[in-house]
Design a protein around this ligand. Structure first.
Ligand code: C2E
Ligand code: MG
Ligand code: MG
Length: 524
């Protein structure tokens, strides 16, 4: 009877096993247990009815009872092993579909869901978000803290989006929202909600962290169905446009796409041109205002594409900067200037050459290393070179700029502020950095004779430079009257088409030569 009861108890785990494993073998086991239950009952009844207590019957009863113990032990152990396997498989399935840090669904699930939405044939939107200041948080507070920021960000996103969409972590600090928003208005409303959600920032371990994101969105219309890859690529393009224009959300459109394609094509062409030596350094003379002698030359890049069309540095320099390629461009210009300087110095021993730099040139030590190397190679006095910096490049990271300007000055180079007056912090730059020259932006020079306001700015800048012990260059001088006005106001140096446009190296040498000759003749 004990064996009978044990077999009855084994029925429940056996049934559970059948549910977990769904294997025919376990059903056979269940049937056998039922069969044994009947057999045990029949045997017990027979023993009871015949009142047989022979040692053989007693021994058999004990064996049958132990058999039932065996069955229940095996069935229970099997159930827990199978349950364990089932749990492991379930967690692996979960992990394959979720991001282990934030527990949001992952990239693959996002792709699957977008595929499903596309197949439904209804309008929906994909919003790709990237946290702008995540690198700074990581650098300042460590990766462990950075992980916590991601977890908190994901949690806020999930609870906000729960109302109408799904959130995925694509990797790093990139998140995707797939939502039913069907128009730009709905997407901007969603973005407003997100901005409100993150308005107070995140509080992690009593530390307040502000989070800023850039998002790019792409609305899916069934009439013109793009693939999942295209949808995500378009959202990515819009997201980068948002980043560059410092907006929280940009919605993809064809113009954006064409712009990016054109930019990409231009960037590829620029890389090819630099490698094929198609970029040329031209030199635009700067002369002294009071005696018209050559003071310096500004190195300006010139690029003619395969068709011979001129591509402005105003177009390709920002693209090189955006694609982290400006260091290679600057390295080329700097090397070229060092190589050309001997010839210029042979004509005009006091000449200085101005080189334009970009903000990325101040990151890392490659600029300093290159300058040290070139000084040894070409044996050039550093005082013959002036680095032109724009306000925007300095203001990106004032501490780093101050450090790098200090290094350049310690090495003997001079530093000039280019396009002075066009930014918002020209004065603080002058106060904080050891600048030796100011170049008044040509937008104030071109029409200064007709504009009292421009004159006020020009004259004040000259006064300011004098008070600060800096020299002043006026850029964009296009006629003799402007030159005369600037001279009268005490501007030290002039640069512009009135003096000369930028010239190829040999033409610049000829220009310097003939300019010197004319000066000599005039002096006599
Ligand atoms: P920038 O450094 O302010 O250079 C002066 C720009 O004004 C040059 O344009 C020059 O050709 C132009 N310019 C000179 N005189 C006159 C004038 O009388 N009238 C007018 N309307 N324009 C005049 P460019 O060569 O097109 O260069 C534009 C900008 O591209 C430069 O402005 C500089 O910021 C950047 N750039 C040029 N070459 C380089 C380079 O090698 N490296 C870097 N980082 N930037 C460069
Ligand atoms: Mg310049
Ligand atoms: Mg300038």
């Amino acid at each position: 009877m004990i064996g009978f009861l044990l077999l009855l108890l084994a029925l429940r785990p056996a049934l559970q096993i059948c549910r977990i494993a769904q294997n025919r073998g376990w059903h056979v086991l269940l049937a056998l247990i039922l069969f044994f239950i009947c057999g045990y009952l029949a045997f017990a009844y027979q023993v009871y009815r015949t009142a047989n207590s022979a040692p053989l019957v007693l021994g058999l009863s004990v064996i049958l009872m132990l058999g039932a113990v065996f069955v229940i032990v095996v069935v229970k152990l099997s159930r827990s092993s199978l349950q364990l396997l089932k749990d492991v498989a379930q967690s692996e399935r979960h992990q394959a579909r979720h991001d282990s840090l934030t527990q949001l669904e992952n990239r693959q699930e996002c792709i699957n869901h977008i595929e499903h939405c596309i197949s439904r044939g209804q309008v929906f939107s994909v919003l790709l978000m990237d946290i702008n200041n995540f690198k700074q948080v990581n650098d300042a507070l460590g990766h462990f803290f950075g992980d916590k920021v991601l977890i908190a960000f994901a949690a806020k996103m999930r609870s906000f989006i729960a109302r109408g969409g799904r959130v995925y972590r694509m990797g790093g600090d990139e998140f995707v929202v797939v939502t039913d928003a069907a128009s730009e208005t709905e997407l901007f409303a969603l973005n407003n909600g997100l901005l409100k959600t993150f308005n107070d920032g995140l509080v992690i371990e009593d530390i307040h962290v502000d989070v800023y994101y850039s998002a790019g969105a792409r609305v899916f219309f069934p009439e013109d169905p793009p693939s999942v890859t295209e949808l995500l690529k378009h959202a990515d393009i819009a997201m980068y446009a948002a980043k560059h224009s410092r907006q929280s959300l940009v919605i993809f459109d064809q113009a954006l796409h064409d712009g990016v394609e054109a930019e990409f094509a231009l960037f590829s062409a620029l890389k090819r041109a630099l490698n094929a030596n198609q970029l040329k350094v031209f030199y635009q003379p700067l002369v002294c205002g009071h005696n018209n002698e050559v003071h310096g030359l500004e190195a300006l890049l010139r690029w003619r594409d395969m068709t011979g069309a001129f591509i402005s540095p105003m177009t390709f320099i920002p693209i090189a900067e955006k694609n982290n390629y400006i260091k290679q461009v600057s390295a080329f210009v700097i090397e070229q200037v060092f190589a050309d300087l001997h010839d210029f110095l042979a004509i005009e021993p006091g000449v200085t050459v101005h080189i334009n730099l970009s903000s990325q040139d101040f990151q890392g030590r490659y600029l300093v290393n290159q300058l040290v190397e070139l000084q040894t190679k070409y044996n050039i006095q550093p005082s013959r070179i002036v680095f032109e910096l724009t306000e925007s490049m300095v203001m990106l990271d004032v501490a780093q700029a101050r450090y790098m300007i200090g290094v350049l000055i310690d090495m003997g180079f001079a530093v000039s502020i280019d396009d002075f007056g066009t930014g918002f912090s020209s004065f603080s730059m002058l106060r904080e950095l050891p600048i030796s020259q100011i170049k008044i932006d040509r937008s104030f020079i071109t029409a200064c004779l007709d504009s009292e306001k421009d004159q006020a700015i020009v004259e004040t800048t000259i006064y300011l430079a004098n008070r600060l012990g800096c020299s002043v260059v006026a850029e964009g001088v296009e006629d003799s009257k402007t030159a005369a006005y600037l001279n009268a106001k005490g501007c030290h140096y002039l640069q512009g088409y009135y003096i000369s446009e930028a010239l190829e190296r040999d033409s610049a040498k000829q220009w310097m030569d003939s300019h010197r000759m004319v000066k000599k003749v005039l002096k006599r």
